[in-house]
Design a protein around this ligand. Structure first.
Ligand SMILES: Nc1ncnc2c1ncn2[C@@H]1O[C@H](COP(=O)(O)OP(=O)(O)OP(=O)(O)O)[C@@H](O)[C@H]1O
Length: 259
């Protein structure tokens, strides 16, 4: 279980997180919601150790993480899929997965079969280049690579980023047709569905706490066991996934997500 207690984070003199506390349990999806620039990515950086905190504590299964370097946190079970996925387009799917070996001792440097059972498409595409995969497949690859480290905590920063609403896709198709070209191959709504399925699959494993940063309410609502809404560096609403299905609560949260 992850416990973040009263953390502050600064960029120079500017405060980006103010006494933020969250917890995330194994086998559950904990969603962090909020508009652009409210501090969601900063919270992920604080947890995985990419940026120091100025106050507070971060613990995984009771053991302190704050103060440890990112590599040491990775060895303790923290895995993150950063915004933008960071798939290497010219490396093969297998090579991309093997990047996940970095924090592992030599004898554990194998790709667990379980990853291919969870994401069969990765097995089919092992020899293909990362850049040849669709957006949804790349997200599965990024999650698969994170799972190579056998984490206890998985941080997912905006997995739907780059997924275009179907209306944009339709416009793209129409423009493509007008130009007499094949439709542009941007990420699609079906890929959002693939990503949702990938997160569900990890949840069902039951032993990994998943923290999911999202801007899209519908995606978060379908997956959240618990949620936190951030605004200007603070947690302003928190509750259970079931509460997100309550219309009054939903309106409350949606208000915080629109500019
Ligand atoms: N490296 C940095 N240096 C200075 N300020 C930063 C840095 N990174 C983020 N910030 C600022 O900190 C605040 C929080 O940013 P953060 O990226 O955590 O927000 P976010 O909610 O993740 O937004 P997004 O969805 O756009 O990633 C913003 O005001 C942002 O401009």
């Amino acid at each position: 279980m992850l416990n973040v207690e009263g953390i502050d984070l600064y960029y120079g003199a500017a405060i980006a997180l103010k006494t933020v506390s969250i917890e995330a349990r194994p086998g559950q999806v904990t969603c962090i919601l909020g508009r652009n620039g409210v501090g969601k990515t900063s919270l992920m950086r604080a947890i995985c150790g990419r940026h120091p905190i100025a106050a507070g504590e971060i613990r995984l299964d009771g053991a302190p993480l704050h103060g440890l370097r990112p590599e040491a946190r990775a060895r303790k079970g923290v895995a993150s899929v950063p915004q933008g996925r960071e798939i290497f387009p010219l490396l093969t799917v297998r090579e991309n997965l093997e990047i996940g070996f970095a924090p592992l001792p030599r004898k554990e440097r194998t790709i667990p079969d379980e990853i291919f059972e969870m994401f069969p498409v990765l097995r089919q595409m092992l020899g293909r280049r990362g850049g040849d995969l669709s957006g949804g497949q790349q997200q599965q690859l990024a999650i698969g690579r994170a799972l190579v480290t056998r984490p206890r905590l998985l941080l997912l920063d905006e997995p739907t980023e780059g997924i275009q609403p179907s209306i944009i896709k339709d416009i793209g198709r129409a423009i493509g047709r007008l130009r007499g070209k094949a439709p542009t191959s941007g990420p699609t709504a079906e890929e959002a569905e693939e990503i949702r399925h990938a997160v569900e699959t990890v949840r069902q494993k039951g032993d990994i706490a998943i923290v999911l940063v999202e801007q899209y309410f519908d995606f978060a609502r379908d997956l959240a066991d618990t949620f936190y809404v951030m605004d200007r560096g603070e947690i302003v609403i928190q509750g259970t996934g079931a509460e997100l299905k309550d219309p009054a609560r939903e309106a409350d949260v949606r208000r915080r997500l629109t500019v």
